[in-house]
Design a protein around this ligand. Structure first.
Ligand code: PRP
Ligand code: ADE
Length: 170
C-alpha cells in the first residue's frame, strides 16, 4: 500500500509557513484506512498492549479502531476542559502552538502496558505530553505508532527511550 498517495499537502494551514499533512483522504478510502489500522494492530499485539491511548482529535481515529480490533480498551487524552472527572494535566508546545492535555486520573492502572497512537509526529510535543500523563499514572509505554513522521522536526530526539513505528516519513 502506498500510503503517501492518500495524504493531501496543504500549504500555510493552519498558519503561514506550516505545510499541513491532511490524512482525511486516507480515512475516506476503506482499503487504505483498514490496511493502516491492520499494521498498527499487529504492532500493538506484538507488544502485548493492554490499552491504546490516543490524543485528541486525530489520535482517536487512529487509536480507537486498533483497540476494537484487539478487543482492548481505548483511553482518550483530551485538551483542557473536556474531561468531566478528576484529571492529570501536562502543558506542551507543538509545531503550531501551545496547549494543555489531560487524562482522567483513573484511566490507566499502574503496570498497564500502553501503546500510544496518533496520526502524525512533528515536534513530538503532543506525544511527550501524552507519555508524561500515562507515566504519571504508572502506565508503561511500550510503543508509539503514527501514520506520518515529519523527520525535519526531530520529534524522535525527544523519544529516544521509546519504541516507534511509523508508516511514512517525509
Ligand atoms: O508533534 P507535534 O508538534 O506535537 O504535532 C503533532 C500533533 O499535532 C496534531 O494535533 P493537533 O494538536 O493539531 O490537534 P487535532 O488532532 O485536534 O487537530 C497532530 O494530530 C498531532 O497530535
Ligand atoms: N505539519 C502538520 N500537518 C498536520 N498535522 C500536524 N500537526 C503538527 N504539525 C502538523
Amino acid at each position: 500500500m502506498n500510503y503517501r498517495d492518500y495524504i493531501a499537502i496543504v500549504k500555510d494551514f493552519p498558519k503561514e509557513g506550516i505545510v499541513f499533512k491532511d490524512i482525511t483522504p486516507l480515512l475516506q478510502d476503506g482499503p487504505a484506512y483498514q490496511s493502516a489500522i491492520e499494521e498498527f494492530t499487529n504492532y500493538a499485539n506484538r507488544l502485548h498492549a493492554d490499552v491504546i491511548v490516543g490524543p485528541e482529535a486525530r489520535g482517536f481515529v487512529v487509536g480507537c479502531p486498533i483497540a476494537t480490533s484487539l478487543k482492548i480498551g481505548f483511553v482518550p487524552v483530551r485538551k483542557k476542559g473536556k474531561l468531566p472527572r478528576e484529571t492529570v494535566e501536562a502543558t506542551y508546545g507543538k509545531e503550531y502552538g501551545e496547549d494543555v492535555l489531560c487524562l482522567h486520573r483513573d484511566a490507566i492502572k499502574p503496570g498497564q502496558k500502553v501503546v500510544i497512537a496518533d496520526d502524525l509526529l512533528a515536534t513530538g510535543g503532543t506525544i511527550s505530553a501524552t507519555i508524561e500523563l500515562v507515566e504519571k499514572l504508572g502506565g508503561i509505554v511500550v510503543g508509539l505508532c503514527f501514520l506520518i513522521e515529519l523527520t525535519d522536526l526531530n520529534g524522535r530526539e525527544k523519544l529516544q527511550n521509546y519504541e516507534i513505528f511509523t508508516l511514512m516519513e517525509n
